[in-house]
Ligand binder design. Structure first.
Ligand code: PMP
Length: 384
């Protein structure tokens, strides 16, 4: 059977998360905002319990957690929600990176093309990392926002958001972090970061699809100047109106709780799998390179360029062994050479030969070893 090694696209829901959600669907029929009956009260209690579990994972307080439909929406609200403040403050300059997810990239492009913002896109070097120094050097009088992802979804490279956050907090510039690929994984590091806004989705760490959160940090009790981009009810402080999906919140909360309690074990397993993949690569005699500096890479992702082997052909031929990807799922429906690898200065021929392998809790090391070894054997037949 094929081993699912595309965790950076989405992860299989944890059965304990599913159980908690089924219980909520079956036994909590109320609307969390209904004040007139007990069904509403018990739904509200579940939502607030879920919010607390999310807050505990991130290391913030519950009133800094705002539920959304996922990271795409969180990123949009975090950035577009600053439009009013940009008008009143006259600050219309944004700094971001060329390797962000499209939810950040395209939002920044929209502001630049339609709302007269100036946007600087910082490129990484071959290591896959951007330079904190370069980001800070671009800050101007009218800089509204800096938005940088914590971990890149294609390469797994950890960006210097710790350093950037510290420098920006000294000079008082708003900082948004897209933590979609680190949330539930780099738990300790995430808790020490300085930022005003942080986005993520539950389905990247074995929670349900269709829910995520935007964290808005309070300073002297005040939230960052994000205003609503939708009009509707007062749910989530008006930041994200619409009926709160109780069972999804329960599922996300449970996934957060599990991520915290099993963090050390998950880290060890992820690391062991990565070591095995590298061992197999080395021993196979296949010619390859790893994209990005592995000293900065998470233990749950590896991006491999196989010399003279087309990634499309490789993935097609070895489908029954491993589920891999090239590019992110959001762009991989039609094949376009990865803009992330291109921004790192990797030539197109090498990008076309690169695949992303990503894993996490639920993946068994022995399955990876068996199937990846067979995949490498098949790879040899494809080299031109
Ligand atoms: N940011 C990053 C870094 C991601 O990897 C993803 C998902 N690929 C997103 C944002 C968007 O998440 P979602 O599709 O859950 O909205």
């Amino acid at each position: 059977m094929s081993v699912y090694l595309d965790y950076n696209a989405t992860t299989p829901i944890d059965p304990r998360v599913l159980d908690a959600m089924i219980d909520a669907y079956q036994n909590t029929p109320g609307n969390a905002d209904s004040r007139t009956h007990d069904f509403g009260d018990s739904a509200r209690k579940k939502v607030e319990a879920g919010r607390k579990q999310v807050a505990d994972l991130i290391g913030v307080s519950s009133d800094e957690v705002f539920f959304t439909s996922g990271a795409t929406e969180s990123n949009n609200i975090a950035i577009q929600g600053l439009l009013d403040y940009a008008q009143t403050s006259g600050k219309k300059h944004i700094i971001t990176t060329a390797i962000e997810h499209k939810a950040v990239l395209n939002t920044a492009k929209y502001l630049s093309e339609k709302k007269a913002f100036k946007v600087d896109f910082v490129n990484p070097d071959q290591s896959g990392r951007i330079s904190a120094e370069e980001v800070i050097s671009l800050v101007r009088e009218d800089t509204l926002l800096v938005s940088v992802m914590h971990v890149n979804n294609e390469t797994g490279i950890i960006q210097p958001v710790k350093e950037i956050g510290e420098r920006l907090s000294d000079i008082g510039v708003l900082f948004h972090i897209d933590a979609t690929q680190s949330c539930g994984k780099l738990i300790d590091e995430l808790r020490t970061l300085k930022y005003e806004m942080l986005s993520f989705s539950a389905h990247k760490f074995r929670g349900p699809q269709g829910i995520g959160a935007l964290i808005l940090r309070r300073k002297n009790y005040k939230l960052p100047p994000v205003t609503n981009v939708y009009y509707g009810g007062h749910q989530e402080n008006g930041i994200r109106p619409g009926t709160t999906p109780v069972a999804l919140v329960v599922g996300m909360g449970k996934a957060c709780e599990i991520a915290v309690s099993e963090n050390i074990e998950n880290e060890q397993k992820n690391k062991a799998i990565k070591e095995e993949i590298i061992r197999l690569l080395v021993e196979s005699g296949v010619k390859y390179e790893l994209n990005g500096d592995q000293d900065y890479c998470v233990d749950s992702t590896i991006n491999i360029c196989f010399d003279d082997v087309s990634s499309e052909a490789l993935m097609l031929l070895t489908k029954q062994l491993c589920a891999l990807s090239n590019g992110s799922a959001c762009t991989s429906k039609s094949y376009d050479p990865s803009y992330v690898l291109a921004a790192m200065g990797i030539p197109t021929e090498k990008i076309e030969n690169s695949v992303r392998v990503s894993w996490g809790p639920g993946v068994e090391e022995k399955d990876v070893v068996n199937n990846f070894a067979s995949l490498l054997e098949m790879t040899k037949s494809l080299a031109i």
